[in-house]
Design a protein around this ligand. Sequence first.
Ligand code: GRF
Length: 207
Amino acid sequence: MKFAVLISGNGSNLQALIDACKRGMIKSELALVISNNNKAFGLQRARNAGIKTMIFDPKKYTNRQSVDRDMIIHLKQEKIDFVILAGYMRMLTPFFIKEYRRRILNIHPALLPAFKGVSAIKDSLTYGAKVTGVTVHFVDEKMDHGPIILQDSFKVQENDTLKSLEARIHKLEHRLYPKAVALFEQGRLKIKGRKVHVLAQPVLKSS
Ligand code: GRF
């Protein structure tokens, strides 16, 4: 299978996925990296790994759906089977989600459904959460909402700062995301309503 990663910034999760592909932990081909932001450092990471990159600058389109329509055209051209969001700071439109339903994964730096949104690490710290963590989930039409694939957690320490918490969250993300992608490509994730069952054996698809 072939997959694309959508980014907007640093791309440390992208790097973890590139490394997991190199190690053979992920067998699918990371064929395309897309960004809405031409200054995203993740683009450089992709180029260093010899991965094709594309930029879809929202300013060049009249509305959100036309951006997504264009992206879908290119994803199909590249025969992309599934899409990984890794710090992509835009909501996908229902049009995009319909095209790749149950084939879009996202990572969120908190234990959903707590602390949705763009400042989850800061929000959990200022809220005084004693435990925090990372969630990998399927993407649906609502923000940070789809069925949960994997979660992992750790205790927030008394002396944790935003910086120290970010560092621990990212470390956990870089472990969890490749694991989730590997389970997905092996056909071991079965969605039933809101629940995702992780199967010991892959589901055999009848043709
Ligand atoms: C990560 O914390 C991820 O959970 C969130 O955005 C951040 C992206 O970081 N969705 P990076 O660009 O992968 O370094």
